[in-house]
Design a protein around this ligand. Structure first.
Ligand code: COI
Length: 354
């Protein structure tokens, strides 16, 4: 398939105040778009000026949420070049989500090349300041106008770009986590592992409850027993427990995070024993007091690595030492971001330099 590149006639002023970049509010001048029709496959691939779509009010995505997305980042390096972090892993996961949501897969190589081309054309939008990056959001939606419940016959796949600062307002400051004892995010056999919008919509009610109680994010327990900690919607969770690294196993309810994979590799290299097992909520709540739980942090593309300062469960709140980020958390943050920003060698081949 050929990729058309359309001119931008009315460019935006570009990046101004980088230090104050919010997450996902500014978008660049161009986007990638392609369409799919059953029988014809993907077609009309183009990079065109960023702008709104015209959608039929009966478009199936608007009714039954047949939608998937990804999140990856491009980073500005000390020599001014731009590099993407593990982009082919995101493309592979995009196709896994597509399979789960009965959507057409994209050609890995074509889609990856299109993302790289788009970022290259928009490389002036990759910010320079510490902690900033260009967030890349590949998305696929069902566009067929039809109210029956079945997989659609028409889709739109697009990629938009957003220069971003820290995901949480406090940057690397520890977050306060609310453990939900009632609402659940994902069940075995459900769509928890897929990156589909509905998982995130379903998380909002509990997130509102957390916010009303002064907490930043919700930590979900397993849906069956409400006993084991699984993930925070925007990040996988890691614990330094009995001097081992503990994180939930991938059993279909937890996202197979690319930052999660990277952190597991880095922890192994640092000599830690790793246990992919679910901690119980009691181990978490009692662990801080009895000294077995030394650190907790979340990982994700948007957040990178986010230290946890406190947990609240059934009205009881426990905090780590002064709420300060742990030593291992900060070491992992530094190692990972040094690789991402090109301040350190990349022995794993994670970085694609444009
Ligand atoms: C990401 O980390 O890229 C995510 O997809 C989380 C997002 C919902 C902000």
């Amino acid at each position: 398939m050929k990729l058309d590149i359309l001119p931008v006639t009315n460019p935006k002023p570009g990046l101004s105040e980088e230090t104050d970049l919010a997450f996902g509010r500014t978008f660049t001048d161009r986007m990638f778009v392609m369409q799919y029709d059953t029988g014809k496959g993907w077609h009309s691939a183009r990079i065109e000026p960023y702008g709104p779509f015209s959608l039929d009010p009966a478009a199936m995505v608007l009714h039954y949420s047949q939608e998937i997305f990804e999140g990856l980042k491009a980073f500005r390096r000390p020599d001014g070049k731009v590099a993407l972090f593990r982009p082919s892993d995101n493309v592979t996961r995009f196709n896994l989500s597509a399979q789960r949501m009965c959507m057409p897969e994209v050609d890995n190589e074509f889609f990856l090349d299109a993302i790289l081309k788009l970022v290259q054309l928009e490389s002036d939008w990759v910010p320079f300041s510490e902690g900033t990056s260009l967030y890349i959001r590949p998305t696929m939606i069902a566009t067929e106008a039809m109210l029956g419940v079945r997989p659609a016959d028409q889709y739109l796949c697009y990629v938009i770009l957003s220069p971003v600062g820290a995901y949480y307002k406090g940057g690397i400051a520890p977050v306060k986590i609310w453990i939900s004892d009632h609402y659940v995010r994902a069940t075995q056999g459900g769509t928890g592992e897929a990156k589909t919008g509905g998982n995130y919509a379903a998380s909002l009610y509990a997130a509102k409850e957390a916010a009303e109680n002064g907490y930043d994010q919700v930590l979900w327990l397993d849906a069956k027993e409400r006993k084991y900690v699984e993930e925070v919607g925007s990040m996988n969770m890691f614990f330094l427990y009995d001097d081992k690294i503990v994180t939930s196993p991938l059993r279909g309810t937890v996202l197979d995070g690319i930052t999660r994979r990277s952190v597991l590799t880095l922890c192994k290299e640092m000599g830690y024993d790793i246990e992919e097992r679910a901690l119980t909520v009691d181990e978490v709540m009692e662990g801080i007091g009895n000294g077995r739980l030394k650190e907790a942090f979340g990982t994700g593309t948007a957040v990178v690595i986010s230290p946890v300062g406190s947990f609240c469960y059934k009205g009881e709140s426990v905090s780590f030492n002064n709420g300060d980020p742990g030593e291992l958390t900060m070491k992992l943050y530094k190692t990972l971001t040094d690789i991402q920003y090109g301040r350190k060698a990349d022995p794993h081949g994670w970085v694609t330099i444009l």
